[in-house]
Design a protein. Structure first.
Length: 256
């Protein structure tokens, strides 16, 4: 069921999303070569808690038998890791890496969700282009995020843009509605047909999240039950914001 948020609920959504934006502000300032992914996790968790929010990924159970609840406050996926990388005390970030972080705050019963890919020091020209295209794919997609348009208009636009740049989109994971639940209807694939899917209405809150691979779209899951990597070892990037559909242009809630 796709939920339409009331005025009050939209205020709560905005608060949760602001926590996520501030968390990325903090991470962007602090992320440096030599740091561990565990340290990034601690920064995110303490920032959220200081702001009266709970890191919603910690303990999150996707409800698939055999997959343990998620153990950390952020997902951190480096280079050929696409999404859901688990922070570790022995995983060190290096100059030239691209580091995708995805995190969710829960405040007043509502969720805010966003992802960023950080470039560490000087990265290759190709890595930089991948990161920029992934971010731009989100902005291309939300040009279609208008009341009266169809969900497929967003999905199609993202997929076409990514392909036009010579890259692939991940097919097995998608964006989603968001609110009282981290993952609500509708699912929002990063590809699809224009003119298809539900009609967008004011009050819908959606997490739009292009996951882009430099090479072939195929992915693998590591034995930890979480980390997703590219099959061909090529680089991947992720960019996500929670948005609000309005009568006019969409509002991006996870950017300050
Ligand atoms: N934040 C992710 C998303 O964008 C979900 C991560 S799964 C979790 O939808 F287990 F880490 F929470
Ligand atoms: Co999401």
């Amino acid at each position: 069921m796709v939920t339409i948020k009331s005025k009050k609920e939209i205020e709560y959504m905005k608060e949760a999303c602001k926590v996520v934006a501030l968390t990325y502000q903090e991470l962007e300032q602090k992320i440096k070569p030599g740091m561990t992914t565990y340290e990034l996790d601690l920064i995110a968790e303490s920032t959220m808690r200081k702001l009266g929010a709970i890191p919603a990924e910690k303990g999150y159970d996707i409800g698939i038998r055999g997959i343990p609840p998620y153990p950390a406050s952020i997902c951190v996926s480096i280079n050929d890791e696409v999404i859901h990388g688990i922070p570790h005390k022995n995983r060190i970030i290096k100059e030239g890496d691209i580091v995708s972080i995805d995190t969710v705050a829960l405040k007043n019963g509502f969720h805010g969700d966003a992802a960023r890919t950080f470039m560490i020091g000087k990265v290759s020209h190709e890595a930089k282009r991948l990161v920029e295209v992934t971010k731009q794919a989100f902005f291309e997609g939300i040009k279609q995020a208008k009341a009266g348009n169809r969900l497929g208009d967003i999905c199609h636009t993202i997929g076409e843009y990514v392909h036009s740049q010579g890259y692939s989109v991940v097919r097995e994971f998608q964006g989603h509605g968001i609110g009282k639940e981290m993952h609500e209807d509708p699912g929002i694939p990063n590809y699809g047909k224009a003119g298809r899917g539900i009609r967008l209405e004011p009050g819908m809150t959606l997490a739009i999240e292009p996951m882009v691979i430099q090479g072939k779209p195929n992915i693998l899951e590591l034995e930890d039950g979480w980390t997703i990597v590219t099959e061909d070892g090529s680089l991947a990037a992720h960019y996500e914001n929670t948005i609000l559909i309005t009568e006019k242009e969409p509002e991006i809630l996870t950017i300050l």
